[in-house]
Write a protein that binds this ligand. Structure first.
Ligand code: ATP
Ligand code: MG
Length: 356
């Protein structure tokens, strides 16, 4: 899978920008604040349907402009697609006015826009995933799964709506002494959607564990060192019954995938508690390799790898390990430093772009 061209209009700091990616490795070299991350953010948007760093998508529209356009020309083994995103400024600063997505000039729902293009993003923030909050780890799983399974994406968005409605109801039961009967309807929905999310997350984590064994071997010739452990917040009718009083008292849904988490382990040590910074970084590197394989296994295509300024964050040893990631897929790398050339000099099919 390859992105051949990216076009931006009024996106972040770019009025107009067209980039043609001709080689399998593209190095984007530019000083700070010139828009390197913005470019990767735009590409990853085409794959994931959202920004990996803006909570309010309005931020993506250039200051003083009313709209932003993103376009990507994608080629895979089977066909070529043109993906477009159109964002319109809203009246309030916190809510986007309109978001439209198109595949080959045809307007689509986000659930069928996703799945046309896959990318793996590796940015400095990812290196904190081990110690970040559970919600960041859940978001990570969701981003991977939404790119490969539209059923997952649909269930997740419905699940989130169900949680909102159910929380409102729980609160009303508490405040207004309403009958609990209405809860059955929402419990049923919660169970169905929650199950699907649980099984897909479980499969993903067990795939990662299989993959990380191989990666562990590659990295330090010891088997079975890296491991993820899934901590699901399980849903069942029994558990929902058992939690009912507590949920009403809290006015909140207390169990289900929105409370899931997972942990990173290295030789049975919980890396969140005991891991050195270097080990925490290493396990994320391994995770990213596993993510590439997962997407390939689901789609039959290698996703595009986006590396945002990652060299500056890694020590020499981990930099060398990073080169395991190059090779079989299109890779777009950003950096401010000339020294990345030392790592990239052996690569053949490489081009350099300079912004400004
Ligand atoms: N909506 C927007 N309108 C105009 N400019 C914006 C908008 N959002 C972000 N910018 C600007 O885009 C610039 C580039 O940001 P970006 O994070 O892509 O830089 P970078 O090249 O990755 O820098 P660094 O090397 O520091 O990571 C910043 O100066 C920021 O102020
Ligand atoms: Mg940046």
């Amino acid at each position: 899978m390859k992105i051949n061209q990216l076009k931006l209009q009024n996106f972040r700091n770019f009025d107009e920008l067209t980039l043609d990616f001709k080689k399998s490795v593209t190095l984007i070299l530019a000083p700070n604040t010139s828009g390197k991350t913005n470019i990767l953010e735009a590409i990853f948007y085409l794959a994931s349907g959202h920004s990996f760093r803006a909570d309010v998508e309005q931020e993506l529209i250039q200051k003083d402009k009313n709209f932003a356009n993103l376009e990507g020309k994608i080629a895979n083994q089977e066909d070529r697609v043109i993906l477009r995103v159109f964002l319109q400024r809203g009246e309030k600063t916190t809510i986007l006015g309109k978001k439209k997505v198109e595949v080959n000039d045809v307007s689509r729902r986000l659930s069928s826009f996703l799945g046309n293009f896959q990318a793996v993003l590796f940015s400095p923030q990812d290196l904190n995933l081990v110690t970040d909050s559970p919600s960041k780890r859940r978001k990570y799983l969701d981003t991977v799964l939404s790119q490969t399974s539209s059923a997952y994406y649909r269930s997740l968005s419905q699940y989130q709506k169900v949680i909102t409605r159910r929380n409102k109801l729980l609160e009303n039961i508490r405040e207004k002494n309403l009958n609990t009967e209405q809860l059955f309807y929402w419990n049923d929905k919660l169970l169905k959607l929650g199950q699907l999310i649980f099984y897909e997350r479980k499969d993903l984590i067990s795939f990662f564990n299989q993959e990380m064994k191989t990666v562990g071997e590659k990295f330090n010739s010891q088997k079975d060192n890296l491991k993820l452990i899934y901590y699901p917040s399980l849903l069942s009718s029994e558990r929902l019954r058992a939690y009912q009083m507590k949920e009403i008292a809290a006015g909140q849904s207390l169990i289900g995938p929105h409370r899931d988490d997972f942990g990173f382990f290295w030789k049975d040590y919980d890396l969140e508690k005991y891991g050195s910074r270097g080990e925490q970084r290493l396990v994320i590197l391994a995770l990213k390799m596993a993510e590439l394989s997962f997407i390939r296994s689901k789609t039959g295509e290698m996703p595009v790898l986006l590396l945002d300024d990652i060299f500056s964050e890694l020590d020499l040893e981990n930099r060398q390990k990073l080169t395991f990631l190059f090779g079989s897929q299109q890779t777009i790398i950003t950096s401010t430093e000339e020294e990345v050339f030392e790592i990239l000099e052996d690569l053949k099919d490489i081009e350099t772009m300079r912004l400004r």
